[in-house]
Write a protein that binds this ligand. Structure first.
Ligand code: PAF
Length: 496
């Protein structure tokens, strides 16, 4: 079941959210929409009493968008002990210290409390929320991750009305004249983001300029801030994705909006030990997300194949270096899940999977000259971003500024089992499991102790242990990590 919690006053943004949830269920599940105006998330001077309560219209919109049911619980169902006697959760200060947090004291505590309660009552598989309230969405993602709740969070891009104003239940408070003033909000935000991305203005001046433009348009500015989309803390320099967000008052009505500032398309780095299934899942993940797939493991295999083919000794650095002159490794874009690997124009896609190559690739990949050559080639391929790369040192050496870093691993026992299956499927002889496991442990040792670019988990990588997970479940987990940082509205558009 997919669950779309709302406070009613449904609008086109909700319609898009519900329709996206319906599509994602693919006719197999049901989509429940709830409408509950949660008293806990309103401050004493806020608009709880006059918040739009439009039950009939909500029913019609939810039905039209494809919802299976609309649930309108009353306060006693949600808070059986009343609002002052029941449980209260507190959102951590690190997530509420910026953006709306300081301006709406206790608001996010009310949001996490109600959502936790609703999740307990509904027990959905998916929770759908709008990206417009990015801080809320991110705080809820942290809540679900940190408590290990078995629900996937899905966001949906901000829907804008004809004049650019982000769809919101509160827009209906605006009179005609205010509406004209309010439309300056999104246009100023988008224009500034364009200037920053184009390098025409630096971020600090952009914030000041935006502040001034909003004031001149007749809006009262609460904040203009640039934050990291995951930590919700001021964005560190060098981060490729930052969020420029603002809150204003137009008369009595409070409006929020944001844009993302990117220096390049996102890069996902997937590292981990050999045999953890990195290439299979990375390939499928790239296809699902429309990212380019940079299979660096295949590039190292290609060099190994080349060294062996030319009779070079894989363990001798001078012998290997002598063979690198003029070597061109080329990866084609994925087509039907297949990526062709070429060395100097020759297709060696199958040859690089040979056990002989597997046996020497660690030795060849440890030579500094090989690392330097392939790291340079990979960084060149990554300049524009929009790709996922897998290997052993992508998040540490090749793309230390990757937006999403994952350390994909599995226990040696599990990797030995997978390797045995793979060898069998390819018609090769299968050594016994204990022997395979010993080889894997030895390979891990070699990979993690070599001098150049050893296999280490980057400090900011998320570890994903895949024992017992299906390939599909691993890809879902990668997608969730990607969504955490990269809003759907800035996903790379697949080429062609
Ligand atoms: O975004 C909203 O409508 C509300 O904050 C939510 C998530 C339904 C909690 O009351």
């Amino acid at each position: 079941m997919a669950f779309v919690p709302t406070m009613g006053g449904l609008h086109q943004g909700h319609a898009r959210l519900i329709a996206a949830a319906v599509t994602s269920c693919g006719g197999k599940g049901s989509v429940l929409v709830s409408t509950f105006v949660n008293p806990l998330q309103f401050g004493v001077d806020e608009d709880f009493d006059c918040y739009p309560r439009t039950f009939e219209d909500d029913c019609a919109l939810a039905k039209q968008a494809g919802a299976s049911a609309l649930w309108c619980p009353d306060e006693r169902q949600v808070y059986p002990y009343g609002t002052s006697e029941g449980w209260r959760l507190q959102a951590p200060a690190r997530l509420t210290a910026h953006l709306c947090g300081p301006w709406r004291s206790g608001h996010f505590d009310g949001v996490v409390t109600v959502v936790m309660r609703l999740l307990g009552l509904v027990r959905p598989h998916q929770l759908w929320l709008g990206e417009k309230d990015w801080q809320q969405l991110t705080i809820l993602r942290h809540l679900i991750k940190d408590f290990g709740l078995p629900v996937r969070v899905r966001g949906c891009p901000t829907v804008r009305e004809a004049d650019g104003l982000a769809a919101s239940s509160r827009n209906r408070y605006l009179g005609d004249a205010q509406r004209t003033v309010a439309s300056a909000f999104s246009s100023a935000l988008c224009a500034i983001a364009r200037d920053v991305c184009a390098g025409d203005v630096d971020e600090a001046s952009a914030q000041a300029a935006l502040h001034q433009q909003l004031r001149e348009a007749g809006l009262e500015v609460e904040y203009v801030e640039t934050v990291d989309p995951v930590t919700l803390q001021p964005a560190r320099p060098g981060r490729s994705i930052r969020m420029l967000a603002a809150a204003v008052r137009c008369g009595e009505t409070r409006l929020i909006d944001h844009v993302f500032i990117m220096t390049r398309s996102p890069i996902v780095a997937i590292d981990g030990p050999a045999g953890a299934g990195k290439s299979t899942v990375t390939r499928a993940f790239a296809e699902r997300m429309g990212l380019l797939y940079l299979d660096t493991g295949a590039m190292y295999r290609a060099v190994t194949w080349w060294v062996q083919k030319n009779g070079g000794d894989p363990s001798s650095a001078p012998a290997v270096e002598a063979l690198l002159e003029g070597l061109e490794v080329d990866l084609s874009p994925l087509k039907d899940g297949v990526q062709t690997v070429r060395v100097n124009g020759r297709d060696i896609t199958d040859a690089i999977r040979d056990p002989e190559v597997t046996g020497s690739v660690s030795l060849v990949a440890a030579h500094p000259c090989v690392r330097a050559l392939l790291t340079r080639q990979q960084q060149r391929l990554g300049e524009r971003g929009g790709l996922v790369a897998e290997g052993r040192d992508i998040g540490t050496a090749v793309f230390p500024d990757a937006d999403v870093k994952v350390f994909l691993t599995a226990t040696p026992e599990e990797r030995a089992r997978r390797r045995a299956k793979d060898l069998e499927a390819r018609g090769h002889a299968v050594p016994d499991l204990a022997e395979l496991e010993a080889q894997i442990v030895e390979r891990d040792r070699l990979d993690s102790t070599r001098d150049v670019a050893p296999l280490v988990q980057a400090d900011d990588a998320t570890e994903l242990i895949t024992d017992g997970m299906s390939i599909e479940a691993v890809i879902d987990a990668l997608e969730d990590l990607f969504r955490f940082r990269v809003a759907e509205e800035i996903w790379p558009k697949p080429e062609g």
